[in-house]
Design a protein around this ligand. Structure first.
Ligand SMILES: Nc1ncnc2c1ncn2[C@@H]1O[C@H](COP(=O)(O)OP(=O)(O)OP(=O)(O)O)[C@@H](O)[C@H]1O
Ligand SMILES: [Mg+2]
Length: 642
């Protein structure tokens, strides 16, 4: 470890890194203030100075990308081979495997298709996605949705769990649920809490109650307060997945007598960028007051541009990048996935390399899922979903036959009793002996065998000639990844946990703001700053403006030196858009003139909703909301005319 790593630290950072190990430590700090840095140096300190073995340290965070960032930084400091570092999910999965053995992990798509089957023929067949989210929320927080009768919800849930169980499968949320259950066994809990000498959590603001429970169980012994968590409540952006940043504020309740450390100096961004961030986040009511200041007083002014439509916006961005920056230094952030397409086109047309870090990534692609289905089924013969998918690819076997086979297998029977044609028999014989064969092979060889058996490249060419090369490329990419694993089970676990965010490659990074947490770049473009887009209309309807604002705060604090903000008037189906209120709140565009309000005007207040002006004084303005009249200071009130 380099001494210089420590010498650079400021007083508060040093206090965190070298804090005593027998009290909980809570580091609350704004973006770019060195939270992840402090956490990683703390790990190095534990290992190098205190001699704590790597395998007795657990460092976890919330998203794959943040975990990767943490891991990379640790690799520069210590040997991470035996260190337990990753996401909450990967840790929970390990508890499950160690105690209950193998499960197949159903990803989002798998869960969705299972639910689709269940909801087919009911009134909720078009609500599969909403039901999936509701189930996820229920598992993470215990909240029951209010838009669907309780009885219906629970019967769908029950059937869903029954089918998962029948298939020996867990969905993403079950990973946490199961691990949490396992830890209810005192003996098991003790085993982990004793083995894990020290536990560190990055991005703590986004942990949900379930994750928090797990943490309390493994680190909650009165004689084991060796936890170190860092986070920023201003960056809590995962409430839709059940994260509850108040947990963070309540840390003291579960871990009494903590050492509380605040970092206020930002090392990432210039003061000009931070000024915007501070201006913006000040508008959130539900927060502790903190202001970031930077070491870097000088820097270029952030730039705001507005355009007629999104194509123009994209063209300009591509041009600006081409002219001024190295693609690797640039990140383009948007609120929703679909917004990448226009940007991609513009980048392509200027020959600028880029990568999209999206939700539907590599592992969701059809050819990848097809091949993995064979491997999954070979390891878990109860995995109906994979079986169905795999059989569906075989030539000469129709949907009906697939259903018959599955029916028999579910009942514990042998498919050979079925009355089938010769061609189908041959195909099925081949299939099941292939499954036997590959169950003992290394992942790479197993995959090769499947591709050979299916004549898969030919199938790809035949059914989708246009995309043939792209898909073949994906298959080859899968081989490359499989090569890194000796054991198929391990390989499949990794696959199910990885999101596309781990895709390699260089160039401009395009991603949603949600994916950008914990990352940084010299140059950041935040596009689509329009009312209804960012803040998103759905969030506005649901009264989640504060979370949107935190999201915007996350976006701009990714920038080190150059920050660009853009908005357009027309974006696809959306026409006549207005610039985002966030631009006004940052002070980039001027506030409306409050003088203009008069009695009888209908207005929208950002907290109280719609109201009517009942009186305008010299400095004050009175507004009636529903049945209540409130008085505001005129030049401070945040209202807009309707
Ligand atoms: N004392 C320091 N001296 C110099 N550079 C520092 C110091 N502390 C942190 N940095 C640098 O500042 C940048 C931001 O640090 P880091 O990513 O750890 O912040 P963070 O608080 O985790 O941010 P986020 O909230 O976005 O996750 C990094 O490039 C880091 O190396
Ligand atoms: Mg960080």
């Amino acid at each position: 470890m380099k001494g210089s790593d420590y010498e650079l630290l400021n007083e508060a950072q040093r206090e965190a890194v070298f804090a005593p190990i027998d009290r909980p430590v809570l580091v609350v700090a704004g973006a770019g203030s060195g939270k992840t840095k402090v956490l990683t140096l703390r790990v190095a300190f534990l290992v190098k100075q205190l001699g704590i073995p790597e395998n007795r340290i657990l460092a976890v965070t919330f998203t794959n990308k943040a975990a990767k960032e943490m891991k990379e930084r640790l690799e520069n400091l210590i040997n991470t081979k035996n260190l337990n570092v990753g996401t909450f999910h990967s840790f929970a999965l390990r508890i499950i495997t160690e105690n209950l053995g193998r499960f197949t992990i159903y990803d989002e798509e798998d869960s969705k298709s299972l639910l689709k089957e269940i909801c087919e023929g009911t009134d909720y067949k078009n609500e599969v996605k909403a039901i999936k989210n509701a189930i996820s929320r229920y598992k993470n927080t215990g909240e029951v949705p209010d838009w669907i009768p309780k009885g219906v919800f629970f019967s769908i849930l029950e059937e869903y769990q029954r089918r998962l169980e029948r298939s020996g499968a867990l969905d993403f949320d079950d990973i946490l649920v199961k691990a949490n259950e396992i830890l209810n066994y005192e003996k098991i809990r003790k085993k982990y809490s004793q083995k894990l000498f020290y536990i560190l959590v990055d991005e703590y603001q986004d942990t949900n109650p379930l994750q928090h429970n797990i943490l309390v169980k493994i680190a909650g012994d009165p004689d084991h307060r060796r936890v170190f968590v860092v986070g920023d409540e201003d960056q809590a952006i995962y409430s839709f997945r059940g994260a509850d940043y108040r947990i963070f504020l309540n840390f003291r309740r579960d871990f009494p007598n903590p050492i509380l450390i605040k970092l206020e100096k930002n090392y990432r961004s210039t003061q000009k960028i931070l000024d915007l961030a501070n201006n913006l986040i000040r508008h959130n009511v539900d927060r502790r007051d903190k202001v970031l200041y930077s070491e870097r007083k000088e820097g270029p002014d952030p730039i705001y541009k507005t355009f007629f439509e999104d194509r123009e916006e994209a063209e300009w961005i591509a041009y600006e990048i081409k002219l001024n920056f190295k693609p690797d230094d640039v990140m383009i952030l948007y609120r929703a996935n679909y917004m990448s397409r226009v940007l991609e086109q513009a980048l392509i047309s200027r020959g600028i390399p880029y990568k999209v870090v999206g939700d539907v990534g590599f592992f969701q692609r059809k050819e990848v899922k097809d091949l993995l289905a064979f491997l999954r089924f070979s390891l878990n013969r109860r995995d109906i979903l994979s079986l169905k998918r795999a059989l569906g690819i075989l030539e000469g076997i129709g949907k009906r036959t697939v259903e018959k086979v599955i029916d028999v297998l579910i009942k514990g029977g042998d498919w050979r009793i079925l009355n089938l044609g010769k061609e189908q028999r041959v195909a099925l014989e081949g299939f099941f002996s292939l499954i036997e064969e590959i169950s003992d092979l290394k992942p790479k060889h197993a995959l090769r065998r499947v591709v050979e058996f299916l004549n898969y490249y030919q199938i790809l060419e035949k059914y989708d000639p246009e995309k043939y090369h792209e898909r073949k490329g994906n298959v080859e990419e899968l081989f490359r990844m499989a090569e890194e694993y000796e054991d198929t089970n391990e390989f499949l676990y990794q696959v199910s946990l990885l999101s596309s965010s781990d895709e390699e490659g260089s160039g401009v990074s395009l991603m949603t703001v949600h994916s950008a947490k914990g990352l940084e770049r010299e140059v950041v473009f935040v596009v689509g700053l329009e009312e209804g887009i960012f803040p998103h209309s759905k969030a506005l309807e649901e009264g989640k403006i504060e979370e949107e604002r935190r999201l915007c705060y996350v976006a701009i604090t990714r920038a080190k030196t150059y920050l660009y903000l853009t908005s357009v008037k027309n974006r696809g189906n959306y026409v006549d858009l207005k610039p985002s209120r966030f631009l006004r709140e940052m002070g980039i565009i001027k506030s409306e003139n409050k003088e203009g309000f008069k009695k009888g005007d209908r207005v929208r207040h950002e907290r109280y909703g719609i109201g009517v002006v009942v009186d305008v004084g010299l400095d004050t303005i009175k507004i009636m909301f529903r049945n209540e009249v409130k008085t505001f200071v005129k030049n401070k009130v945040r209202i807009e005319k309707l």
